[in-house]
Design a protein around this ligand. Sequence first.
Ligand SMILES: [Mg+2]
Length: 173
Amino acid sequence: MSVFRFRRFTPDIMVEKLVDIPLDELRLRGIEGLIFDVDNTITEWRNPHISDEVVEWFINLPNQGFKTCILSNNSSARVGIISVKLHTPFLCNARKPLKSGFERAGKLMKLPSSKLAMIGDQIFTDVWGGNQAGLMTIFVQKISVNEFWGTKNISRRAERMIWNKIDRNMRQR
Ligand SMILES: [Mg+2]
């Protein structure tokens, strides 16, 4: 069935904001580690500011029983600053959607893919890569319209082209 052809691009959960992620549901599904994208997931692109609401939510995750890690295709200088602010380890230049970055994150967190969720704002890096690596995937709406030109002009256009299929997959769950 054609409906299933786009499964690899379909997240398990979609939320508007990070703080909307249903932590109880993740716990019930056996998730123990959360892997986060940075640009437009935690911060705006090229802007190291993180909202107070997100900082508070994020640094409280270990108290809720979740290990955390940042996995970004961006460079170490930028991602390092974010990781210090959020008291969490990071992996940069991850080359998402390639599997290797997700595997490195799993090793770092000492958790198998079945206990990990990938959280990000892009279908073709975070969701596709996370699904390929066997992780639960959570799509979060991008924080801002400001983006790297390749994201804006290529990835987002491609996302829009398959969006109705993704949406249909989500509704059929
Ligand atoms: Mg992103």
